[in-house]
Structure formats: structure tokens, C-alpha cells
Design a protein around this ligand. Structure first.
Ligand code: B12
Ligand code: SF4
Length: 369
């Protein structure tokens, strides 16, 4: 499928032998819950299901997570007994000898770290843990045309501050040194949970490095929140910018404008953030590439003194931009959602390499200056 793409592909994660050895040396469980993330990682999920079925044939497998929500039809053919999103459908209940929703409800802990979860994740099950991920909000109020989050969740909510602090203290007690936020809109309504959370960290002199690999919306960064973040120990600030071009911003959801982005950088720097720790994501290989003006956008970011990271476009079924991508790839095949494939199919290797070179050079100039 991806033979024409000049990239090497491999599966993330443990070597298969370690997992198979685990299955062989442990008593079969009644249920196995599998979380998925990227749609185009499905070959890995299938491999896991196959091995479980082979070694633990009576075990029931339940599959959940973003891939099952984005590609429910595809997920149903992967070999699991149930897909989380279909778990409440009457047809599934009839097919099953038991009601899977009741089975899940009967478990003392549901396998969730969602903001609505009543109990904390079982972080203590790790033998040694230095880095963890947290979520203190759920959903996003924006509707960007390339993003599936608005389809996952039609409202925004925050986690009770007491519970967020409880999880933080639990992680600290386990020796965690780094926490990455996996929130989609961490800075939205920050008075409700983020600000009190950061004040707690500062007042209690908690020594944790915080990270935001899943882009922050720079529109919400002013000196107040920037100062709290810097003081609380944020070590990297990944900001979603995507493009400087007004028309592109307008057509894709207007989550941020260039002047707002520049103001956010100013606020971060003014409150003590190191410029090298500020990184702007620019979407790359988007179907509206013609109006995105990626070169000008890179220069704009570079002139602000911060680093650029090209976020290669992964087309997602169900989104508006996923529909645009149908012109170029078969969207029913999740491998074609791979972020390393789509930009090359759209623009060709030569152009992709040229733009990546330009990005590298601008970032190098930055680190020298
Ligand atoms: C954190 C995150 C990242 C992180 C870490 C990813 C990783 N290695 O795990 C980083 C920043 C690195 C990242 C990178 C990318 N990401 Co990302 N990411 C996310 C994000 C925000 C959260 C995923 C997560 O782990 N959440 C925490 C977990 C606990 O929540 P959850 O999986 O939803 O699980 C809940 C339920 O689903 C349920 N559940 C889950 N599993 C199961 C299983 C069972 C059995 C049951 C019962 C229930 C259940 O319970 C959980 C708690 O409520 C999602 C958006 C989102 N809101 O889902 C995008 C998302 C998955 N990413 C996306 C994209 C586009 C990307 C990039 C391609 C961006 C880019 N252009 O570079 C890259 C790809 C990286 C790669 N290597 O290929 C897309 C998906 C694309 C796709 N085709 O699949 C998403 C959906 C965001 C979007 N904007 O549309 N990402
Ligand atoms: S602001 Fe971010 S999370 Fe929200 S819809 Fe846009 S890309 Fe998705």
C-alpha cells in the first residue's frame, strides 16, 4: 500500500516475542481491553488481537480509543469481540451471551483516565515511572476542519480541581518527574482548573517539568497564564499555528490569527520562557496547501525567534478536510491516513524535502543566534 512512499515503516512498541512470552506464562484473563490511538497503526492492534486469540482463545477482547471512533466499521473487522462504541447497541447485546456494558459497569474500575472518571488511573502498576500524561479538561470549543476532536465530543468540560490535584500528588508520590498534558484545549476556561492547578504547584513548590506536546491554543496565552506556566515548571510550549495566511485560517476554523500568535510568543518570553522552548506547529501537506503559504508562515514564525515544527497532515475520515483528501487517497484504508504518506502523495517527495530543508535551516539559524 505504501510501497511508493520513500519511507521505512515499522510498528511502534515492544518486540512481539516479549508480549507472546507474557501470554504464554500467564493465566488467561476473562477480558482484555485494548486501547487504540492513530487509525494508521491498526496493523499493530490486529497483531495484538491475533496473538491473544491464539494463546488465550476463550478471552473476550474489547477494543476502544480514537481508531475505533474514527473508523468503527474497519475496527469491527479486526477480530475483537466487541468494539467500545458499539457496546450499547442492542444488536451486540443480543449477539453476546452476556451484556458487555453491564460487565464493564460491574468492574471496580473502568479503564479510563477521562475527565469524568471517578477513580484515578492505576499509575502504581508501573514498576518505575518518571513520565506520565494527564488530562484536566475534555473537548474543545473550536471546530477546525482538519480535526476530529469536535466529532468525539460536542462540549467542553473541566475536571474537578480536587481530583486533578489528587492525581498530581499521586504521581509525585510515585517519583514522576515529567507530566505531559494530553488535553485538546488545555487553556480554554483556564480559571476553572488550569490556573488553580498551577497555583497549587507553585505554592507547594512541586518540582515537576510540564510539557504540552499536543499543541496549546496560543489565542489564550496572556502574561497572566504565561507567568503561571513558567513559574509552575513548563519546559516546552508547543503552540498550534498552522499558517500565517488569513484565508487559510478562515477556511479551516480560525482557531488563531497571526497577531494573536505573535502576542502569545511575546507574553511567554516576557514572563521568562526560553525562546528555544517555544515551538510552533505548522500543518504541512494539507489539501488547501495552495493557500496555506507554508514558506511565508515559516519565515513569520522564525522572525518571532521561535522554532518551527512541521506537522505533516493526517487526513481523518469524518472531518471536512478528510473529505477533501478523498480526491487523492482511498480514505477507507487507514494506512492512507499516515502523516508521512499524505504530504508526499499530495506534493511529491522533492517539494516535501525542499520545504523540510528550509524548516531545518531556519531552525538552525535560530539556535546559532
Ligand atoms: C496525545 C495525542 C498525541 C500525542 C501522543 C500520541 C501517542 N503516541 O500516544 C502526540 C502529541 C505525540 C500526538 C501526535 C500526533 N497526533 Co495525536 N492526539 C493526541 C490526543 C490529543 C489524545 C490521545 C490520548 O492518548 N488521549 C488520552 C486517552 C486516555 O484517551 P482516549 O484514547 O480517548 O481514551 C478514552 C476513551 O476513548 C476510552 N477508551 C480508550 N481506549 C479504550 C479501550 C477500551 C476497551 C474501552 C472500554 C475504552 C477505551 O477511555 C479513555 C478515557 O476516557 C488525540 C485527540 C483526542 N482527543 O483523542 C490526538 C489524535 C489521536 N492525534 C491525531 C493526529 C493527527 C496526530 C499527528 C498525526 C499530528 C501530526 N500531524 O503530527 C501525530 C502523529 C504521531 C505519530 N507518531 O504518528 C489525531 C488522529 C489521527 C489519526 N489518523 O488517527 C487525533 C484524534 C487528534 C485530531 N486532531 O484529530 N498525538
Ligand atoms: S482548536 Fe485544536 S483541538 Fe480544537 S478543533 Fe481546532 S485543532 Fe482540534
Amino acid at each position: 500500500m505504501l510501497k511508493k512512499i520513500p519511507r521505512y515503516y515499522h510498528r511502534f512498541g515492544l518486540p512481539a516475542e516479549i508480549f507472546v512470552e507474557f501470554l504464554k506464562t500467564h493465566k488467561p484473563c476473562d477480558f482484555v481491553f485494548i486501547q487504540t490511538v492513530m487509525t494508521y497503526w491498526y496493523l499493530g492492534y490486529r497483531e495484538v488481537i491475533r496473538e491473544i486469540k491464539k494463546h488465550w482463545p476463550k478471552t473476550k477482547i474489547i477494543l476502544g480509543g480514537p481508531y475505533t471512533k474514527i473508523c468503527p466499521q474497519h475496527a469491527r473487522n479486526l477480530g475483537a469481540d466487541f468494539v467500545w462504541d458499539e457496546i450499547n447497541e442492542p444488536a451486540v447485546k443480543r449477539r453476546a451471551k452476556y451484556d458487555p456494558a453491564k460487565v464493564l459497569a460491574g468492574l471496580t474500575r473502568t479503564p479510563t483516565t477521562g475527565v469524568g472518571a471517578k477513580q484515578l488511573p492505576r499509575w502504581e502498576l508501573y514498576e518505575k515511572i518518571e513520565t506520565a500524561a494527564m488530562k484536566i479538561t475534555s473537548g474543545c470549543p473550536f471546530k477546525c476542519t482538519y480535526c476530529v476532536v469536535p466529532l468525539f465530543c460536542d462540549s467542553f468540560s473541566t475536571r474537578p480541581i480536587r481530583q486533578a490535584i489528587e492525581e498530581l500528588n499521586f504521581l509525585v508520590s510515585l517519583g514522576v518527574k515529567n507530566i505531559a498534558f494530553y488535553d485538546d484545549a488545555l487553556l480554554y476556561k483556564s480559571d476553572e482548573v488550569l490556573k488553580p492547578f498551577l497555583r497549587y504547584v507553585i505554592e507547594n513548590k512541586i518540582k515537576i517539568s510540564f510539557h504540552t506536546p499536543n499543541a496549546l491554543n496560543a489565542r489564550f496565552i496572556d502574561e497572566k497564564i504565561a507567568s503561571l506556566m513558567v513559574k509552575a515548571g513548563f519546559k516546552s510550549f508547543y503552540l498550534g499555528f498552522e499558517s500565517k495566511a488569513g484565508e487559510f485560517q478562515k477556511q479551516t476554523g480560525s482557531k488563531i490569527l497571526d497577531n494573536e500568535f505573535a502576542d502569545a510568543v511575546k507574553a511567554l518570553v516576557a514572563t521568562g520562557a526560553n525562546k528555544n522552548s517555544i515551538i510552533a506547529y505548522l500543518v504541512f501537506g494539507h489539501p488547501r496547501f495552495e493557500i496555506q503559504d507554508v514558506e511565508e508562515s515559516m519565515k513569520f514564525v522564525s522572525n518571532l525567534g521561535v522554532r518551527i515544527m512541521l506537522a505533516e497532515f493526517s487526513p481523518i475520515p469524518g472531518t471536512q478536510d478528510g473529505e477533501l483528501a478523498e480526491k487523492y487517497v482511498d480514505m477507507k484504508e487507514p494506512l492512507m491516513h499516515n502523516k508521512t504518506a499524505f504530504p508526499i502523495i499530495l506534493l511529491g517527495s522533492e517539494k516535501v524535502n525542499r520545504i523540510k530543508d528550509m524548516c531545518r535551516k531556519l531552525n538552525e539559524q535560530k539556535s546559532k543566534s
